[in-house]
Design a protein around this ligand. Structure first.
Ligand SMILES: C[S@@+](CC[C@H](N)C(=O)[O-])C[C@H]1O[C@@H](n2cnc3c(N)ncnc32)[C@H](O)[C@@H]1O
Length: 265
């Protein structure tokens, strides 16, 4: 399946070279995590998420839109549960599988699929991670319905997501943005709308925090250091992407929220 951002078909090999060039060790998840996270805040944001949850060995976490498994590998080092990393991009799934094998992590399983048609049985998953996926999904209701279907009765959604602050300003956004090179593949909604939809599917909010400032500082640091060479961004225009996302955050067009939703089926 093709997407509007994963243009690098040599991603695994390029990433290994890149990590080594930065004196990192691609075989060590604690070193690799500086380079494989495709979200604001990098590995620190993922550590913040895992500190909000507890997963038992017999439970399953589903990382929807998990990319190349960056967050899954951090979770796998803390929890001994099974982790399923589902992503629309075959290229990302193959890259993630190879990286996890290199790191000797055996409890992550990669599925190439669509988060709105999850190829899993009902009532299977205790925890779902939604990290920078929601703005790529047009049909949010089907996404939430699928989350509910595959979740256990008291399933948890951990989210770290982007939202438009005010729908009236949506046309002011400039592209490319990190999740899409054009508005055609960007489906932002407000945080209020997201929570209302989640509530419709039986989710109640247990925790929420505004991470917009953390995201702004993260992008500004990379921009100021001109640190654009990660091959995940190959064949895109990282400088323009960073300028646009910084400007959107500074002018309060976008916001980032982290939170926990609990299902009551
Ligand atoms: C911004 S990246 C975030 C990746 C990962 N969650 C992380 O934080 O490192 C968005 C991911 O969502 C995936 N994606 C987009 N639409 C999807 C869909 N309908 N189903 C599954 N994955 C999707 C993309 O391929 C991409 O890997």
């Amino acid at each position: 399946m093709k997407t509007s951002w994963d243009y690098n078909q040599n991603l695994f090999e390029d990433l290994i070279e890149f990590v080594k060039s930065k004196k990192g060790d691609p075989k060590n998840p604690e070193s690799l995590c500086h380079f494989d996270q495709i979200h604001a805040g990098g590995f620190r944001a993922t550590i913040n998420l895992l500190n909000l949850i507890d997963i038992k060995e017999n439970q399953i976490l589903l990382d929807l839109g998990g990319g190349i498994g960056g967050s899954a590998r951090i979770l796998a080092t803390k929890f001994r549960c099974k982790i399923i990393n589902l992503d629309y991009s075959l290229n990302y799934c193959i890259t993630g599988k190879k990286l996890s094998k290199l790191c000797n992590i055996e409890n992550i399983f990669f599925i190439n699929g669509d988060a709105t048609q999850i190829p899993l049985k009902n009532n299977l998953i205790s925890h779902i991670l939604l990290q920078h996926l929601n703005m790529n999904i047009k049909d949010k209701d089907t996404l939430l319905e699928e989350c509910k279907r595959v979740s256990t009765n008291d399933g948890i959604i951990v989210f770290h997501e982007w939202f438009i602050k005010d729908n009236l300003n949506i046309d002011k956004l400039k592209y490319p943005l990190p999740w899409s090179d054009n508005p055609e593949f960007s489906y932002l909604i407000t945080y209020k709308d997201f929570l209302e939809r989640a509530s419709k599917y039986g989710y109640e909010i247990l925790h929420t925090e505004d991470d917009s400032l953390v995201a702004l500082k993260f992008y500004k640091k990379i921009y100021e250091e001109r640190n654009f060479s990660n091959p995940i961004f190959s064949k895109r225009n990282p400088e323009q992407i960073f300028e646009n996302i910084i400007s959107a955050l500074e002018s309060n067009l976008l916001e980032v929220y982290t939170g926990i939703l609990k299902l009551n089926k």
